[in-house]
Design a binder for this molecule. Structure first.
Ligand SMILES: Nc1nc2c(c(=O)[nH]1)N=C([C@H](O)[C@H](O)COP(=O)(O)OP(=O)(O)OP(=O)(O)O)CN2
Ligand SMILES: [Zn+2]
Length: 116
């Protein structure tokens, strides 16, 4: 079994207004998000699990939907990294056999969905 990965980036704003008074993330702020798409599988006749280009073809519309947006305008869920990773996974699963999403909200923080 192999795991093929490809990384994507987008810039977006969000706020978490349900957090307690004084929490800095209540305020509107921005992140340079990065996420890694992981696809597990065996090799086909090309020696690929999946062509990297096939991943891009399915992920790019999702990136376009998110890039330079206020995420609170797009979603009715709390725009935490956890919820966003799950949304990307669920959306991508409609067209691609994605195994997991690793979403970095900052350089130091990340979420993996589904958990390993
Ligand atoms: N489990 C989660 N915790 C937090 C989330 C989240 O999505 N899931 N989000 C935030 C904020 O949106 C934001 O990401 C702040 O992150 P944080 O690492 O706390 O802030 P900094 O980048 O400024 O890091 P410092 O270590 O404080 O410099 C908060 N928590
Ligand atoms: Zn944030």
């Amino acid at each position: 079994m192999f795991t093929v990965t490809k990384e994507f980036r987008f810039e977006a704003a969000h706020a978490l207004p349900h957090l307690p008074e004084g929490h800095k993330c209540r305020r509107l702020h921005g992140h340079s998000y990065k996420f890694r798409v992981e696809v597990d599988g065996e090799l086909d006749e090309r020696g690929f699990v999946i062509d990297y280009a096939e991943i891009s073809a399915e992920v790019n519309p999702i990136v376009d939907y998110l890039d330079h947006k206020n995420l609170n305008d797009l979603f009715d869920f709390h725009t935490s990294a956890e919820n966003l990773a799950k949304w990307i996974f669920d959306e991508l699963s409609k067209t691609l056999a994605v195994s997991r999403i690793v979403l970095f909200e900052t350089a130091n923080t990340s979420v993996i969905y589904p958990a390993r």
